[in-house]
Ligand binder design. Sequence first.
Ligand SMILES: Cc1ncc(COP(=O)(O)O)c(C=O)c1O
Length: 345
Amino acid sequence: MKPPYGDVEKLVFGRTFAEHMFKMKYSEGRGWHDAKIEKYGSFTMDPASCVLHYSQEIFEGLKAYKALNGKMLLFRPEQNARRLNRSARKLCMPEIPEEDFVNAVKELVLLDKEWIPDAPGTSLYVRPTMIASEAFLGVHPSKEYLFYIIMSPVGPYFKEGFNTVSIYVEDQLVRAAVGGVGDIKTGGNYAASLLGAMKAEEKGFSQVLWLDAKEHKYVEEVGAMNVFFVFGDKVVTPQLTGSILPGITRNSVIALAKDMGYEVEERRISIDEVLDGIKSKELTEIFGSGTAAIISPVGLFHYKDNNYYINDNKVGSITRAFYERLVGIQYGKIEDTMGWSYELK
Ligand SMILES: Cc1ncc(COP(=O)(O)O)c(C=O)c1O
C-alpha cells in the first residue's frame, strides 16, 4: 500500500504534513489546559494576537525514526523539552513540564506512525511551537498562549544529501548578539538571518556562516547548524557565547568525539585561524551539526571574495565517522551506549 505521504523520493523538507496535530492552551490563572490531538488544519487567530506583532514565539525541532527492526525512536526528546523551557523563560512565556512535552510528542507520533518514512535517511520531523495568543497591542508578555505540535515526513535537509556543502561567510550582517536571544529557538533569529541567506544563495552558496556581532571576527554558527573544525585528532567548536544555539546534535557530537578518543575544545575560534588552517592544511575537515542537517560536511568557505576549499571539497573520514555513529544510534542500527534513544511504544 502506498504510504500517506506519497512518493518518498519526492519529499521536500517541511512541505508535507502528517494527518494530526497536538494543541494545548494556556491562560494566566488557569495554566495549561484543553490538551487535545486533532486533524492537522488551519486555526483562526485574532489579528491583534501578540505573536503577530511582537514575535513572542518559540519552537523546537526533533525527529522520529523508524529503526530497521520496526521500532520507532526519538533522539533525546527530553533535551528539546528542556531547551523549549529555557527559551520560554527568556521570552517570559510559560514552561511546560518536560514529561508533558515528551508525552505529547509520543502520543502524536504513535497516532501518525504510518507517517514515519522508512527509506534510508528519512524521518518524521516534529515541530513543537508556542505562540503568544492574547489579542492586544502593546509591548508586554501575553497572558494567553497556544502550544501546538505539527509533523512533517522528511528526506535530506540539503539537496546535496551527505555530500559537501559550500558556505558563505557573512562579514557584514549579524544574526544575533551576546545579551540578545541568539541562544534560544525563536522565530526572530531566523527572520534576521533571511537577508544573509538570500545573499549567499544568490552567489551560489547553500548556507551562511555567521560571525560574532561585535568584531565580525569569531565564528558563531551556520544557518541551522552548529559548526565543528577538525585539526588532525582535535575537534574544535565555538564555545556557547550566548549568541549561538546550544544544539542538541552539537552536544551529542562533543560526547561522541570524547568517546571516540578525540581531544575536544570548546573555545573562541577566529575566521583567520580557520582560513590559515585551511591554507596550511592543519585544518583537515569542517562539518555542521543539527537535527535537520544531521552531520553536514563542508567543502568550501567563501570569505571576502575568495574561495577556500577544505579537504579538496571531499567528505572527510572523521566527519563520516561522526555521521555513521550518530545516524547508527538514531536509527537503532548500532548499540546506543550513550542512552540517547527513546523508544515509542
Ligand atoms: C540556529 C541553529 N543552530 C544550531 C542548530 C542545531 O541544533 P540541534 O542540534 O539542536 O538541532 C539549529 C537547528 O535546530 C539552529 O536552528
